[in-house]
Write a protein that binds this ligand. Structure first.
Ligand code: HEM
Length: 208
């Protein structure tokens, strides 16, 4: 086997290992959460802790998703891009769990209260808008739809840039005290958007 072929098969294997790592890394904390809930390990205000844990997990997954394609370019490791779809889908799963914990546990599915919170609390509306976009991205992430939608697919999936900004804004406004943590996450998000500024500009120009 030539050196180049050998290198290519190692990269392929590494990409598969990383894909499995994404699934295990995103699933294990959810399983741990169920165990922690059952054992009563979430402290004095378990619902608040649950929403916090799931919200932080979602924003970290979002940043990781944005990191993939510039990293693949810098490392000349195109197969890394295969992680984008599973990571994006896990973002949606985590955001949905965070959303469901708020709907089901915090507000006990009281629909009139849910409606008034959505209208009165801007940070809730921001989070909900981010979730709606993630929902549209998850539904259209099937490879068959990607081929069918062509250029429209790229336009739609560029909305992930908006999701990350909405998520940071939602984070800033949801915290009652302290600004350092949301500031760090916003700085990381802006850094990642700046790193891939050419792709962001191309996406913005596609609407002209
Ligand atoms: C992409 C979607 C979302 C992301 C990335 C996200 C992220 C976050 C983050 C990082 C926090 C701060 C955690 C903390 O310090 O406690 C948070 C808090 C919160 N989020 Fe979200 N969120 C999203 C969507 C939503 C949605 C759809 C809702 C409900 C409609 C929601 C409701 C809340 C609530 C109630 C809090 C807690 C505020 C408090 O501490 O009282 N989020 N979210």
């Amino acid at each position: 086997m030539s050196g180049a072929t050998h290198g290519a098969s190692w990269r392929k294997l590494l990409a598969i290992v990383l894909q499995v790592g994404v699934h295990v890394g995103a699933l294990l904390p959810v399983l741990w959460l169920f165990v922690a809930i059952n054992r009563g390990d979430l402290g004095g205000d378990p619902v608040k802790e649950l929403i916090h844990y799931l919200g932080m997990g979602t924003i970290r997954l979002l940043l990781l998703t944005l990191l993939i394609s510039p990293l693949a370019r810098v490392l000349h490791f195109g197969q890394l891009n295969r992680l984008r779809r599973p990571l994006g889908l896990w973002c949606f799963v985590w955001a949905s769990l965070h959303f469901s914990a708020w709907l089901g546990l915090d507000l006990a599915l009281d629909w009139s209260l849910i409606g008034s919170e959505l209208v009165q609390r801007t940070y809730i509306l921001l989070g909900f808008s981010a979730w709606l976009i993630l929902f549209a991205l998850a539904v259209t992430s099937l490879p068959a739809l990607m081929r069918k939608m062509g250029k429209q697919w790229k336009k739609l999936h560029g909305l992930l840039y908006l999701v990350v900004l909405l998520a940071c804004w939602h984070f800033w406004w949801s915290v009652k005290s302290g600004w350092i943590e949301p500031a760090i996450y916003t700085a990381l998000a802006l850094l990642l958007l700046w790193w891939r500024r050419q792709a962001v500009l191309r996406w913005l120009k596609s609407f002209r």
